[in-house]
Each structure stands twice: as C-alpha cells, then as structure tokens.
Design a protein around this ligand. Structure first.
Ligand SMILES: [Fe+2]
Ligand SMILES: [Fe+2]
Length: 254
C-alpha cells in the first residue's frame, strides 16, 4: 500500500502518551527530561513538553496514573506501590538464607538491586547503596555498593565465574570501565569483601520466574535490619529523603 509508513511502536507510544498527558488536568512532565538519554538535552525541547492548555497547570503532587502512597511510607509500601515486581531480590535472599548466611548478607541480597527495581539502572549499586545507607548496617550498604563492580570479576574461591548472561547482554569483548576496575581492586582489600561477593554468588541463580517467594518471609529480618523511620521514607530529613520522595512523585514538576 502507498502512503505514509505505519508508525513505529515508539511513535505510537509517544502519541498515546501525548494523548494521555493532554487529557490530564495537569501537565505531567518527565522529571528526567534532560538526563533521560532519550534525546540530546542541548537541543530544543519538543513543544509537547512545554505547551500548557488554557487553564492547565503543571503537576506538583501525586501523579493520578500511579497508586497513592500512604503519608508515612514504609519500605514495604515502596515495594508494593512503586517498585517493579522484585522476585529476583526475594529469590536471591532466599538462596542466601537457605545457605545459612548471616542476616546482614540476607538483607544485602534482599536489597542489592533496589535501584534497578525502583529508581535507575545505571550505576545501580551506587544508587541502591545510597538509598538504604541511613537505614541499614554500614556493612550492608557497603556490600550493595561494591556488588556493582564485583559482579564483573570472577572469584573461584566461592565458585563465582563471569556470568554467561553478561556475555549475552554486553558482548564477549565488553570490558568494565576503569572506575569499576578501581572499585573492584579497592573492594578486594576491604574487610567486608566477602559480604559483597556473596551478593554476586546468590545473585546469578535468582532469575526463576516461577519461584514462589514473598516479602512476608523476610518481614522479621527486615524488621531487625532495616531501621524504618517513624516519619516515613522521604520525610525523615535524612540525606537521602529526597531520593525516596522522587520515587513517590516521579513526575513532580520541581
Ligand atoms: Fe545488581
Ligand atoms: Fe541482582
């Protein structure tokens, strides 16, 4: 058939999003408009992101497309209402617990990819460690941060090889950047090296979509190892409260 080519999937998604946004009383903008990598931020912003209909305002609170968060949200509330299904974390923690690991190791496994599921993928070990740092033992957040680098390096002493999956994902010739190599070398010297290493050990076997796992199984361990702030995550004036608020209101204009 002659005429315009059919719109691509991403064009259709853009159109749909445009329509949904136009239908909302308030203009919902993406917070990551300039840093998403979807577009060159030095180029002009597409008009659809800066055109307010008459009487329309920008969104400065709850996004009507998301589930409402309670006023004093707990870590569990974030897992229920904001994070992607986190079976991988539950399976990883289950492996660690079945292997008789300490509660610190189990907690680290349970939270190690929290950034991927709830916030951002790039440098997820660093972001994830920062998110939980005020609420967990220093060893736990240190291990979450270090797993970012360690997963690229084998440790035969615990049977950890470079994951086959990384060859598929990144290509056989992928080499970690120098900052990762440096972080790995520093981590090897750290007294908590093995805690981070164990995250990688229980990590790679934890992608079974059919495994039945639940957060209820870890409520006791989390209760002892994650200091839930009374004001709720996001409202305790901790150095990372703004990060939790960003997850609550990811499209708040400012
Ligand atoms: Fe990870
Ligand atoms: Fe993982």
């Amino acid at each position: 058939m002659e005429g315009r080519p059919a719109p691509t999937l991403s064009q259709r998604a853009d159109e749909l999003e445009h329509r949904q946004i136009a239908e909302l009383e308030r203009l919902v903008d993406r917070s990551v408009l300039f840093t998403s990598g979807d577009r060159d931020p030095t180029k002009p912003i597409p008009t659809r992101f800066k055109t307010l209909a008459p009487g329309q305002h920008v969104l400065m609170g709850d996004d009507p497309r998301l589930q409402k968060m309670p006023p004093k949200p707990t870590l569990m509330d974030f897992f229920r209402l904001r994070f992607a299904p986190a079976n991988h974390l539950l399976q990883s923690a289950t492996h660690a617990r079945k292997a008789g690991m300490s509660e610190k190791v189990v907690t680290a496994c349970l939270l190690h990819d929290i950034a991927v599921f709830g916030f951002i993928r790039v440098d997820h070990g660093y972001w994830g460690a920062q998110l939980v740092e005020p609420y967990v033992d220093e060893e736990v957040s240190w291990a979450i941060r270090a797993h970012q680098a360690l997963r690229f390096f084998p440790d035969e002493s615990v049977g950890y090889s470079y994951p086959d999956q990384y060859v598929k994902l990144f290509g056989a010739d992928f080499k970690p950047e120098p900052y990762i190599v440096n972080a790995y070398n520093r981590a090897r010297q750290n007294k908590w090296y093995m805690t981070a290493r164990l995250i990688t050990v229980y990590d790679i076997y934890s992608f079974d979509p059919n495994a039945r796992v639940s957060f209820d199984d870890f409520a006791d361990i989390l209760g002892r190892n994650f200091k839930q702030p009374a004001e709720g995550l996001g409202f305790d004036s901790s150095p990372v409260a703004h990060m939790w608020r960003t997850i609550i209101w990811p499209t708040k204009f400012l």
